[in-house]
Design a protein around this ligand. Structure first.
Ligand code: WT7
Length: 650
């Protein structure tokens, strides 16, 4: 096993499905049997059940050119039509799609009829700006209804969106704009966060002012924060002004199932983010299927709330495409959980009568720390199902979630998946699976995974190894934007015919899967993916820095935290105090990548621990960062260096 793999958790008690819940659950026991009997027929059936096709596909999977899959390739569809018009045509136009709440407390309910009309007008506007099939549009927005409208308008035209999370810096934004060669950016003046307006448009201005010509022709600006913004005549347009008088009629064109839907950048093991490419028919099938079955969704009565930002894959698949394809009613909240007070989320659950809540372990641990009195002061009895995603959920947090938030009765689904997988891959099925706190347990029906050793040999029950996906799946990434080889190498290089996820996993004695965290140099901070290499290269781009090594150290609340070990340049060392150097470097990382990547701790050291061949031994640094006894140092070139570093930590 790779360095630093946590020891598998001890198993707590299990929870059998409640018989009443089970007796009318959406997912049934036979789902897995049917998938097992004929996987291809199973997915064809889901494609039919989940999607309204222009032309129905006659072929399911084309795997003749692995690892490049084509799903439902001779089918055609319009993804936005599937999320909007078809619900209105079915008579559900008056159903609320979005129960939006702004951080300051302003609120708006948007029905399916209204959302459809908004998207049609936005699509007409975008096409008048020259956006057509295949063109890339960058979306850099707060969590407001217009973010959903923008994404769906792009999709409706067969264009490709690339949503960049609002917490990324101007420089990160520009790198994504350039890599995607986007012609349009949709942003807002600013959005509300932690009680004040956090500006966005200035970051777009700064991004486009960075060296070299960009491909961007226009910037559409939504008014939200009402903060003052600069204006570039001829390039910038106010969204509300540009929409004036635009037609509300728009007929959705059909596109092939493999037509690109979006690119979403994520961190890998190198310094350069990867543009993960997803396409239309297979993606929509799997997000809708999982959203319905894993969340036991009843679109007529449920009030669903996924707390993720649309800037992440969870927001794409389980705020925008899955729920809207299923005609669900959902809460969309702009702000942070603790603004204006620590009970904000629970006020929202009570106010809207939320029935299904999907959030991340880091948030749950944050609430645990703040105290159960806060949620317990609200009426949370509307909740009937809870979901978790983003990192392994520790059994204590799982049990607290069920007991305090779920009244001790709701099923919990711990869903494992990735930006690359597009949709959920491993999760209990409510009403079917006897759940185990801390385990994602079983692949969802239709998905085939395994746990293997370094050689690719499946491990026995009770053993740990590496998680692989052994069969192609409908919502799998179709590649890395502009880099065919990197896709093949990163995910298929290790085992050839199986997809390597980058996660360690254990099969317990019942064959259930427990995720053990990343085994590569990808960190997981508050459920967000960060690359050690990317932060290291940001650090060494500062003139103060000679060398750096970044590790993800265990953190009680955020799962992992960024800890950087930095060697300053000799000449610079005398010109700044250590405190100043640390403050400047933390700010520098925030500036280069975004506030989410800012190291929690920077330790200034004289030297980094290296092997005789010059490889940095991150395992030892992780030991130091986590306050552990330092492990085996015999392969170090200079065995004294760890003693010095440990002394410097104190
Ligand atoms: C990585 C993917 C999936 C949307 C959010 C993150 C970790 C995710 C779980 C889970 C254990 C999990 C994995 C994975 N992860 N969900 N339920 N149990 N680990 O998407 O940024 O692409 O990160 O998040 O390490 O590889 P992402």
């Amino acid at each position: 096993m790779a360095d630093g793999t946590p020891t598998p958790p001890r198993e707590a008690s299990t929870f059998a499905p409640d018989p009443v819940f089970a007796s009318n659950a959406v997912a049934t026991r036979d789902l897995a049997d049917r998938a097992h009997a004929d996987r291809s027929a199973f997915w064809a059936e889901q494609a039919d059940a989940c999607v309204t096709w222009g032309r129905r596909p006659t072929e399911t999977l084309d795997w003749s050119d692995p690892p490049f899959a084509r799903w439902f390739a001779d089918g055609t569809l319009n993804v936005a039509y599937n999320c909007l018009d078809r619900h209105v045509e079915a008579g559900h136009g008056e159903r609320v799609a979005l129960l939006w709440e702004g951080e300051p407390g302003d609120a708006r309910a948007v029905t399916y009829a209204e959302l459809t009309a908004d998207v049609k007008r936005a699509a007409n506007l975008l096409s008048s700006l020259g956006v057509g099939p295949g063109d890339r549009v960058v979306v850099y927005l707060p969590q407001i209804p217009e973010a959903v409208v923008a994404m769906l308008a792009v999709a409706r035209l067969g264009a490709v969106h690339s949503v960049v999370f609002g917490g990324f810096s101007a420089e990160s934004l520009r790198a994504r704009i350039d890599d995607a060669e986007a012609t349009l950016v949709i942003t807002a003046d600013g959005g509300w966060r932690k009680g004040s307006v956090s500006p966005l448009k200035p970051a777009v201005d700064a991004a486009l002012a960075l060296g070299g010509r960009s491909t961007v022709e226009n910037v559409l600006v939504i008014r939200r924060g009402e903060n003052a913004v600069d204006w570039v005549e001829g390039r910038d347009l106010w969204w509300h002004e540009a929409l004036e008088g635009v037609e509300a009629e728009h007929t959705a064109e059909m596109f092939e199932a493999e037509h690109p839907l979006f690119i979403l950048y994520t961190s890998g093991t190198t310094g350069r983010p990867k543009g993960i490419l997803h396409t239309s028919g297979g993606y929509l099938t799997q997000v809708a299927y999982t959203h319905r079955n894993v969340f036991d969704l009843r679109p007529e009565t449920d009030v669903y709330w996924c707390t993720a930002d649309v800037g992440w894959i969870t927001g794409h698949s389980y705020v925008v495409y899955g729920p809207l394809a299923n005609g669900a009613t959902q809460v969309l909240y702009e702000g942070t959980p603790d603004s204006p007070g620590p009970g904000r989320w629970w006020d929202l659950v009570e106010k809207y009568g939320v029935t299904i809540l999907y959030t991340a372990p880091t948030a749950i641990r944050g609430f645990m720390k703040a105290g159960r009195e806060i949620p317990q002061a609200r009426d949370l009895t509307s909740l009937r199902l809870l979901g978790s995603v983003g990192e392994p959920i520790n059994p204590e947090a799982w049990l607290w979630y069920r007991e305090v938030i779920g009244s001790g009765t709701t099923p919990i689904v711990d869903t494992w998946w990735q930006t690359e997988t597009g949709a959920m891959m491993i999760s209990p099925l409510p009403g079917v699976t006897t759940t185990k706190p801390g385990a994602a347990q079983t692949p969802v029906p239709g998905i085939v995974v395994d746990v293997v050793d370094d050689q690719g040999v499946p491990v026995a029950d009770g053993e740990s190894g590496l998680l692989v996906v052994t069969e192609p799946w409908p919502s799998m990434l179709r590649g890395i934007w502009g880099d065919r080889d990197r896709y093949v190498e990163t995910y298929w290089g290790r085992f050839g015919d199986r997809y390597f996820a980058g996660d360690g996993a254990r099969r317990d004695d019942d064959g259930d899967i427990w995720l053990l965290g990343r085994v590569d140099d990808v960190m997981n901070v508050s459920g967000h993916r960060l690359s050690t290499a990317e932060i290291e290269s940001a650090l060494v781009s500062n003139p103060l820095v000679a060398e750096s090594a970044v590790v993800g150290a265990a953190d009680e609340t955020t799962g992992q935290a960024v800890v950087a070990f930095v060697v300053l340049r000799d000449k610079k060392r005398r010109s700044v105090t250590p405190e100043e150097a640390v403050a400047r470097l933390r700010a520098h990382v925030a500036d280069r990548i975004g506030a989410i990547a800012r190291p929690r701790t920077i330790v200034l050291v004289d030297e980094l621990p290296k092997t005789r061949s010059g490889k940095i031994m991150r395992r030892l640094l992780r030991d130091v960062a986590e306050g552990r006894e330092v492990g085996d140092t015999t392969t170090l070139a200079d065995s004294a260096v760890m003693g010095v570093i440990t002394a410097e930590m104190r």
